[in-house]
Design a protein around this ligand. Structure first.
Ligand SMILES: *Cc1c(COP(=O)(O)O)cnc(C)c1O
Length: 412
């Protein structure tokens, strides 16, 4: 789309006013926040939702006959419906509130421990976050199932021809992230899901990185499970969601026992509540769920098409400038990637550059980004990662580039 159109449809100056934190200074310099892949910032609309909840209708839900409890229950269930519509789930009860992506993955892994047997196979990708590796290793240990890995190439793309070779009648589960948090690669999940279903395997997609940038349609994808965290999509921490197809959620046993997840309890036998409550033991994060809904509303008010287009402009703009810096290597050069740039400069330790950038008010991430196998692949200890959201600007990228050049001079 043309520059002119993108500028008329995307008013970043106006959008930035929604984020109070973007006005603050760090070390005397205006904050430049490029650590969005770790967590996103929170707009006033979501902050107001949280304040409104605790100021006006804080109550436990699904239990009380009193007005506050009913208002809170209604708002919480409305949020579930908002999330259902956003992801295009067929049923609201296919949306399970969790504490985040990690919780959702563990819930599914735990459920499968009763469905797998020795010799069954689980496939993960080489691009996974630790939270999408460790639960499966634990599951394999407890069931005798075998973990296999789809390899990656130097661009940071998965090698799908190798995936074909790993698939067979023993494959029961495939787990892959939609977008790599370390490299920004957008994985071809449509193809992966289709191939996995041909051998009868279920697929879980980790959408932690995709939800802020892409609006997934879980029915069109025909994905079995999809997980994400609200804090990466302008919502609060401590809340997320698991989408599961009804047939799968019915098959999986509950994850935790407690209040709210039961139909009837006696010491002889307890029967479980219907979906989604079967997986929501105890008092949930009521305020978080409602604020998650507000974050979804906020993102949709800007519009995902506009977000994707603008962030791509930022990615192209920053990549070009970084490529001009001598000795700088970008890791993850897939043609299909979001606004995440992982890089190193010569032999300078990422941490040293990160520390100097922080002195100049610029927040980037340094380290292995919870994806050590990717760092091992490139034989590096870590990278510097700049990740952009729709509230970042080209002016910020200019400041970042000149600060980076200063840091390199100081360190070499
Ligand atoms: C952030 C992230 C996670 C973990 O999310 P939590 O909110 O910490 O549970 C998992 N996978 C990917 C790809 C992520 O980016």
């Amino acid at each position: 789309m043309s520059e002119a159109l993108s500028h008329t449809t995307f008013n970043v100056k106006q959008i930035r006013k929604d984020f109070p934190i973007l006005k603050r200074k760090v070390n005397g310099k205006p904050l430049i926040y490029f650590d969005n892949a770790a967590t996103s910032q929170t707009p006033q609309q979501v902050i107001d939702t949280i304040v409104d909840y605790y100021s006006n209708y804080n109550a436990n839900i699904h239990r009380g006959v009193h007005a506050l409890s009913q208002e809170a229950t209604d708002a919480y269930e409305q949020a579930r419906i908002k999330i259902q519509k956003h992801f295009n789930a067929a049923k609201a009860y296919e949306i399970i509130f969790t504490s985040g992506t990690t919780h959702g993955i563990n819930l599914v892994a735990n459920g499968f421990s009763s469905l797998l047997k020795k010799g069954d196979e689980i496939i993960v990708s080489a691009l996974e976050h630790h939270s999408n590796i460790v639960p499966w290793q634990m599951l394999c240990e407890s069931t005798g199932a075998v973990l296999k890995v789809i390899p990656m190439n130097t661009n940071g793309d998965l090698v799908l021809s190798e995936f074909d070779k790993l698939l067979n009648q023993n494959t029961k589960l495939v787990f892959v992230n939609h977008i790599s948090n370390a490299l920004g690669t957008i994985n071809p999940i449509e193809t992966i899901i289709e191939k996995a279903h041909k051998v009868g395997a279920a697929v879980l997609v980790d959408g932690a990185q995709s939800c802020p940038h892409i609006k997934p349609d879980v029915q069109a994808l025909d994905v079995d499970f999809y997980v994400c965290s609200a804090h990466k999509i302008c919502g609060p921490t401590g809340i997320g969601m698991l989408y599961g197809k009804e047939e799968w959620l019915k098959k999986l046993p509950p994850y935790q026992g407690g209040g709210e997840m039961i139909a009837e309890v006696s010491f002889e036998k307890t029967t479980y509540a219907d979906l989604p409550h079967k997986f929501e033991a105890g008092t949930p994060n009521v305020c978080g769920g409602i604020a998650f809904g507000a974050a979804i509303d906020y993102m949709n008010s800007i519009g995902f098409d506009a977000i994707v287009q603008y962030e791509h402009e930022l990615l192209v703009y920053a990549t070009k400038q970084l490529q001009n810096i001598e000795g700088l290597t970008i890791y993850g050069t897939s043609e299909h990637k979001t606004s995440v740039i992982s890089f190193n400069v010569g032999n300078i330790h990422p941490y040293d550059i990160g520390t100097i950038l922080d002195k100049m008010g610029i927040a980037v991430r340094t380290g292995h980004h919870c994806a050590q196998p990717i760092m091992d692949f490139y034989k590096i200890p870590g990278t510097i990662r700049a990740s952009f959201m729709f509230y970042n600007t080209k002016e910020e990228i200019d400041i970042f580039i000149s600060a980076l050049k200063k840091a390199i001079l100081m360190l070499s």
